[in-house]
Design a protein around this ligand. Structure first.
Ligand code: ASP
Length: 378
């Protein structure tokens, strides 16, 4: 009996061991496979993560402009309508270029931009550039005041990482909007080794312009931005940045908390100078006069400039002429030479809207007229 019982248990036991090892094998096999699958998935995830980590990171800060506008049946015109996220989703292949994050700063037509908004934008952009993984920033902005916005950041940004302003001349509901290609090229520029020393640029229609020299020259054509006699910094084609020049040396000023009040007035034939006197009496700290020719004004305006200087208002002389510089050539009343002798500052080849921003930032940092004169020689 004892023998049968023992044999019975040996059979049961060996059966159990066999089943178990087989089950284990089966169970074990299943578990092993599950573990293998899991570790494969983990490995794949890690790989994707590491690839993602290795891919350059670019932040797109959106502010509005035609690039984010659409036709509005109610007003019958284009209005801000496309969110930052939607804007980026409309650009095929962007995610292959870089790891993209979007920051919606605002969504306004750039005719509504102000130096105060550019002040906050500069702070925001410098903030996101602190992240060591971030290669650079693309700012989408309306083209009407893009040249000034880019220049404001060119002066105030602490970071030297690439910042590319981009926009569009055709809105998102137009036939073949130019926005998506411009955004793609801007990201390509940010991650391109050739474009690391361009500072802040305005890049539309494949042309790369320095913030210092760029100006809008066409009201509707996609090829609206150029840099006049100073030329482009580069061109984007075949998925590559073709560099022509290094950036121009930058004037750098700390980002002030509060901006000084600086006016910009255009003079014209028969101007009696009263608008200048009125502006001075409203307490402005500085004024840019957009003069004619190489920087000349008439007698009444020269007298109004003298009045402004007597009130310690800093006066800068720019020109309405598209190309060339303001020079101290004419010595007659109101001529550039005479104005310079009076104490006005000639701004060289800087456009009057940018001269206003530079004067504003210099005065907001308590720079004196002598120092400011030095900035306009750049
Ligand atoms: N009005 C538009 C803007 O500046 C023009 C454009 O973006 O092309 O915001």
């Amino acid at each position: 009996m004892k023998y049968e019982v023992r044999r019975f248990f040996i059979v049961i036991f060996s059966l159990f061991a066999f089943v178990h090892s087989d089950a284990d094998n089966h169970v074990g096999g299943y578990v092993t496979k599950k573990i293998e699958r899991q570790s494969l998935q983990d490995r794949e995830k890690k790989e994707v993560q590491s690839k993602k980590y290795l891919r350059p990171k670019v932040i797109i800060v959106t502010t509005g402009g035609t690039i984010a506008e659409k036709d509005d049946p109610k007003t019958g015109g284009a209005v801000p309508a496309v969110s930052g996220k939607d804007l980026i989703q409309a650009v095929p292949g962007l995610g292959k270029l870089a790891d993209i994050d979007v920051v919606q700063f605002s969504n306004i037509d750039s005719s509504h931009m102000t130096p105060e908004l550019w002040r906050n934008l500069s702070e925001k952009v410098d903030g996101v550039l602190q992240d060591s993984r971030v290669k650079g920033v693309v700012v989408t902005h309306g083209t009407d005041t893009m040249a000034e916005g880019a220049y404001f950041l060119d002066i105030t940004l602490k970071s030297n990482k690439p910042v590319v302003f981009v926009g569009a001349m055709r809105d998102a509901s137009d036939l073949s909007p130019d926005g998506p290609a411009n955004i793609y090229n801007a990201v390509l520029q940010v991650i391109s080794p050739e474009a690391q020393k361009f500072g802040v640029t305005v890049t539309l229609n494949q042309f790369i312009n320095s913030a210092r020299y760029v100006r809008k020259t066409e009201t509707t054509n996609v090829q609206t931005f150029n840099s006049g006699e100073n030329g482009y910094l580069g061109y984007i084609a075949m998925g590559k940045v073709h560099k022509f020049h290094d950036r121009v040396p930058a004037i750098k000023l700390p980002l002030p908390k509060k901006l000084a009040n600086v006016a910009l007035l255009k003079t014209y034939a028969g101007d009696d100078g009263n608008f200048i006197r009125y502006a001075v009496d409203t307490g402005i700290k500085g004024i840019v006069i957009e003069a004619v020719g190489a920087g000349n004004v008439n007698e009444q305006v020269a007298a109004a400039i003298e009045y402004a200087l007597s009130k310690s208002v800093v006066v800068a002389i720019a020109t309405r002429v598209l190309n060339g510089s303001v020079y101290p050539i004419y010595g007659d009343v109101g001529g550039g030479k005479a104005l310079q002798k009076m104490g006005a500052i000639l701004v060289g080849d800087m456009t009057s809207p940018k001269a206003r921003l530079l004067l504003m930032l210099a005065l907001s940092n308590n720079r004196c007229a002598q120092e400011i004169r030095g900035y306009f020689r750049f």
